[in-house]
Design a binder for this molecule. Structure first.
Ligand code: KIV
Ligand code: NA
Length: 275
């Protein structure tokens, strides 16, 4: 299994890091089979799996359940798990309890936290305590209420400079890697060049050290809205609907099950009921 130092080496060698989310055992096992470098159990599961319209309602219990399933499905892949909304801000001890649950109970190999100002000290303390932490800057969905929507970040000189400053602060605090979401390609490039740790982009252009996408978005599974930065590599919803439509039709017309999918006994049926 790759570890945090493997990702640093990949950056140093110019080898791109391919990351994808997974939320359950089958998705984890399929992305592992496909050769993914790192799995993210994202709190995006709130939208793509649980049917909420943001990541805000996702709880630590949700994350633990799904991270456990992912670990069972992908035993040989480094798994990062999101700390959900307001589970790492109230106090350092709350942050430690949340990280402990994700690492010990759920089995995550690292945790991810959003933002800069409020979390730099937590990243320092967690790292000192032996918890690998991934940062997340740019569009940070847990702050969507404050950001005022899902918009491209760092478009002007001032906000881009702030992003770079924040990224450096996270690196300095000990983050082993960073996700940067929804920023101009130029900003993704500068931040990746200026940092020693790997920068994983999503909607941040081609120059970052790696890319991450949401599993359901990338394979076209489900009906969630898909942002501009997503490329659809498959469209699995269509064959699922077609398959289930055929099943419904065959049930209605008594075409399923045939003898091939049925069991038989040598007894006379009524004797089974003592008749
Ligand atoms: O929750 C998630 O899937 C994420 C990625 C979009 C980086 O945080
Ligand atoms: Na997330």
């Amino acid at each position: 299994m790759k570890k945090t130092s493997s990702f640093l080496q990949m950056k140093q060698k110019g080898e791109k890091i391919a990351m994808m989310t997974a939320y359950d055992a089958p998705s984890a096992s399929l992305v592992e089979k496909a050769g993914i470098d790192m799995i993210l159990v994202g709190d995006s599961l709130g939208m793509v799996v649980l049917g909420y319209d943001s990541t805000i309602p996702v709880t630590l219990e949700d994350m633990i359940l799904h991270t456990k399933a992912v670990k069972r499905g992908a035993k040989d892949t480094f798994v990062v798990a999101d700390l959900p909304f307001l589970t790492y801000h109230a106090s350092l001890s709350q942050t430690f309890e949340s990280a402990k649950a994700m690492m010990q109970q759920a089995g995550a190999d690292a945790v991810k936290v959003e933002g800069a100002a409020g979390v730099v000290e937590s990243i320092r303390q967690l790292t000192n305590a032996g918890v690998p932490v991934m940062g997340h800057l740019g569009l940070t969905p847990q702050s969507v209420g404050v950001l005022g929507g899902y918009k491209v970040q760092g478009k002007d000189e001032e906000s881009a400079a702030q992003l770079l400053k924040d990224a450096k602060a996270l690196e300095h605090a000990g983050a082993f890697a960073l996700v940067i979401e929804c920023v101009p390609e130029q900003v993704g490039k500068v931040i990746s060049e200026q940092l020693n740790i790997p920068v994983i982009g999503i909607g941040a252009g081609v120059h970052t050290d790696g890319q991450v996408l949401v599993y359901h978005d990338a394979i076209g599974y489900g009906e969630a809205h898909v942002p501009k930065f997503v490329k659809r590599y498959a469209s699995v919803s269509d064959p699922i609907v077609t398959g289930v439509e055929t099943y419904v039709k065959e049930v209605k017309q008594s075409q399923f099950p045939t003898k091939e999918h049925s069991f038989f006994t040598k007894e006379t049926p009524l004797s089974l009921y003592g008749g």
